[in-house]
Design a protein. Structure first.
Length: 303
């Protein structure tokens, strides 16, 4: 019998790519959406409204697995108090809604898989390679990820296998992290930001989607897993590699940290800080990166 996978955030960058992969492996996909959409052969759309605590219960009752990708963009708008609340609520409330349906109907799942981020380890730069055992920090990024992950405890309490994917910077074609950089670097105006020493844990979109697929098929996977390549890529290395793909050497001076802070405020921490993360746990679960070197990953995304 064909298994059904319900996605929150299924119409986003990662969700669309993941949907393609899941269908290619014989799954049917359900997607929660705020607008009416016509179903296709392998995708069914269900209505939900987070702000008004509404979800079409049929979407949950039909699901064998649920993958939670939904969440307001962390870098889409400046971090006002209102925006911070929106970012956290958009990650927690969907889980609460899903839990209420599962609990009410005594419904089980084969697994609940939730996105998270390597930002749980904090907005600062150090030489430490963070593992899944590294304590979370209490800055905004760390606290957001902690609340995001803590929200899944109610699902786990139902005896459902729960997996958390702590994602790094996602590289992909025409979207994701590269979308804002391409117009600058394409015409030779890219440069190093701040000191350039801040680490940038990254992952190719194909590898990230394959990790979600592994989380479905590998029933021994539980708890958090880092989804980023373990290397020494920092902003200087990344910027030079991206410039190299466009066949130029960086000639502009570094963009001073204070300018980034003036423009972005507290949100500048996303760009000016960063730590290394370990991929040992996900690799021990049987995962092999298709893209473990930065330049080939960039070339695949940009050429």
């Amino acid at each position: 019998m064909t298994k059904n996978i319900l996605l929150t955030g299924g119409s986003g960058f990662i969700g669309k790519k993941l949907t393609e992969l899941l269908i290619s492996h014989g799954y049917t996909v359900s997607v929660l959406t705020r607008t009416e959409r016509k179903a296709s052969e392998n995708i069914i759309y269900y209505k939900w409204d987070i702000e008004n605590n509404y979800i079409d219960e049929a979407s949950v009752l039909k699901a064998d697995y649920i993958i939670h990708l939904a969440g307001e963009g962390i870098a889409s708008k400046k971090w006002t108090d209102k925006r911070k609340k929106e970012i956290i609520d958009s990650r927690e409330k969907p889980i609460e809604l899903i839990y209420s349906v599962l609990k009410k109907n005594n419904k089980s799942l084969e697994a609940f898989i939730s996105a998270s981020a390597v930002g749980i380890y904090g907005a600062f730069t150090s030489e430490t390679i963070c593992t899944e055992e590294t304590p979370a920090t209490n800055d905004f990024l760390g606290a957001t990820c902690q609340k995001w992950e803590a929200a899944t405890e109610c699902i786990k309490s139902l005896g459902i296998r729960t997996v958390i994917i702590r994602t790094g910077l996602v590289l992909g074609k025409d979207d994701g992290f590269l979308k804002k950089l391409v117009p600058i670097f394409k015409y030779g105006f890219g440069s190093i930001v701040g000191t350039g020493k801040q680490y940038m844990p990254w992952i190719h979109i194909d590898d990230l989607c394959s990790i979600y697929l592994l989380a479905i098929t590998n029933t021994s996977m539980n708890g958090p897993f880092n989804a980023a390549v373990t290397d020494n890529t920092n902003n200087a290395i990344f910027s030079k590699a991206l410039a190299n793909v466009y066949s130029f050497s960086i000639w502009l001076p570094k963009i001073p940290s204070f300018i980034v802070k003036l423009i972005m405020g507290e949100m500048s921490k996303i760009i000016l800080t960063g730590q290394r993360v370990s991929s040992k746990k996900i690799e021990s679960a049987g995962f092999k990166f298709k893209y473990s070197n930065l330049k080939p990953a960039l070339m695949d995304c940009l050429n």
